[in-house]
Design a protein around this ligand. Structure first.
Ligand code: C2E
Ligand code: CA
Ligand code: CA
Ligand code: CA
Length: 273
């Protein structure tokens, strides 16, 4: 695996610290952000633990606001979710990621799936599957190169979740369960969900060296995933020691600052070399 230098793509404007999520100014600005083309996707590579090759790219949203500076998704996604703006924003994210992935394939990069994060609110939109099909058609991206990341919260309405996930699988996209192990305990449902990848939350990964309990949770998640024919990816891998330990537990894929931070699309080309 390659180690990339620490870069500064994630420095955000501190001005926004004083803004609460109910701040009207932020809401007004967020409303205009799509039209003003202020959103941008960064991409973080995921690596195969055995071959060390890039096996996927996670698209992560950034808001480059003319008025607020670079705003972290942690600071605007909750507001976007509350106001429903996440639906058009999320649709933009899917279209942009598909377009970009198709573009990389045209440039001759080895094809890998791009994954996008899906909010609960988007997941429950009745036209979600239709919209995704349309975007795949428009962008001419093969569905197997789009992955949707969902969280355990979908298990709160398991019957709807299973129906939607099956519909998504039937159009050929991949499904990843994000932040696995942190949320609503869905052990009852996980085997009924058609999931391709389990992502171990970075909170466990970061405790792996110091904390015996985190280690056993990780070992359990990996075994569970494998027993259910899912591959398992560890996120938030920051040190060689973490990667080594994860490998001894047969973790399939790695994502984290040790390998690369999320970077602008232009930088991805060089990372495949
Ligand atoms: P997430 O989906 O769990 O994404 C992983 C987060 O961990 C990203 O933060 C990523 O930059 C960060 N990360 C990656 N490697 C490391 C590492 O080694 N150490 C540490 N400490 N962090 C690492 P980011 O980009 O700030 O995104 C935060 C969250 O915002 C995401 O968490 C996701 O829940 C949400 N988000 C981002 N983009 C979108 C989007 O397009 N739509 C929706 N609905 N949510 C998004
Ligand atoms: Ca994610
Ligand atoms: Ca995650
Ligand atoms: Ca998270």
């Amino acid at each position: 695996a390659k180690r990339h230098g620490r870069n500064n793509y994630q420095i955000y404007n501190t001005q926004i610290e004083g803004l609460s999520k109910t701040d009207l100014r932020m809401e007004t600005l967020l409303h205009k952000a799509i039209d003003k083309k202020e959103f941008v996707l960064y991409y973080q590579p995921q690596y195969d633990a055995t071959t060390h090759k890039i096996s996927g790219l996670e698209a992560l949203l950034r808001w480059n606001s003319k008025d607020l500076g670079m705003v972290s998704p942690i600071d605007f996604i909750p507001l976007a979710e509350e106001t429903g703006m996440i639906v058009p924003i999320g649709e933009w994210v899917i279209r942009e990621a598909c377009n970009q992935n198709k573009e990389w394939q045209r440039q001759g990069l080895p094809p890998v799936p791009v994954s996008v994060n899906l909010s609960l609110r988007q997941f429950y939109q009745t036209d979600l599957v239709e919209k995704i099909e349309l975007i795949l058609k428009e962008t001419k991206l093969d569905p197997k190169y789009l992955e949707l990341e969902i969280t355990e919260t979908i298990a709160l309405q398991p019957d709807i979740a299973i129906r939607v996930l099956n519909e998504l699988k039937s159009i050929g996209v991949l499904i990843a369960m994000d932040d696995f192990g942190t949320g609503y305990s869905s052990l009852n449902y996980i085997r009924r969900f058609p999931i391709d990848h389990l992502k171990i939350d970075k909170a466990f990964v970061q405790g792996i060296q110091q904390d015996e309990e985190d280690r056993s949770i990780i070992a359990t998640i990996i075994t569970l995933g494998h027993n259910l024919s899912m591959s398992v990816i560890a996120e938030g891998v920051e040190t060689e020691e973490q990667a080594e330990l994860l490998k001894t537990y047969n973790c399939d894929m790695f994502q984290g600052y040790l390998f690369s931070r999320p970077v602008p699309a232009e930088m991805i080309l060089a990372m495949f070399k």
